[in-house]
Design a protein around this ligand. Sequence first.
Ligand code: FAD
Length: 118
Amino acid sequence: KPSSPCPPDKDQLGRATWTFLHTAAAYYPERPTPHQRANMLSLIRALPVLYPCAHCAEDFGERVAQNPPDVSGRAGLSRWLCERHNEVNEKLGKEPFDCAIGKTDERWRDGPADGSCD
Ligand code: FAD
C-alpha cells in the first residue's frame, strides 16, 4: 500500500512559503493600486501572527518591525523580501542571495537566459 504524504517539516514549509512570497513579489505590479499595496502589506504583516513555526514567526516579526515593507512596486518589494530572506539565510549559516532585480527576476519569474526552464 503506498505511504501517504507526510506533513511539511520546517524546511519544506519555508521553501514553499519563500516560493510563494518571492513569486508574488516578482509578479507584483510596477505601479500597484492603493488596494494592492494595502493587501500586500496585510499579507506580510499576517506572517508574524499566523506563520506556523512560532520562533520563525516571532523572529520575522522583529525583522519586519525594524525594516518596514516596501510595497511601492515590484522592484522595491522584490528587494525588500530578498533582504529579509538573506537575514534568515545568515542566521542559518546559508549563503546570501544577490538581491539585484535581474537576479530575483531570473530566479522567480524569467528563468535563465539559456532557456533551460522554458
Ligand atoms: P530556502 O531558504 O527555503 O530558499 C529557497 C530558494 O530561494 C533557494 O533555493 C534559492 O534559490 C532562493 N533564495 C535564497 N535566498 C534568497 C533570497 N534572499 N532572495 C530570493 N531568493 C532566495 N528556518 C529556521 O530554521 N529558523 C527560522 O527562524 C526560520 N524563519 C523563517 C521565516 C520565514 C518568514 C520563512 C518563510 C522561513 C523561515 N525559515 C526558518 C525557513 C528557512 O528560511 C528555509 O526555508 C529552510 O531552511 C529551507 O532552506 P533551503 O536551503 O531549502 O532554501
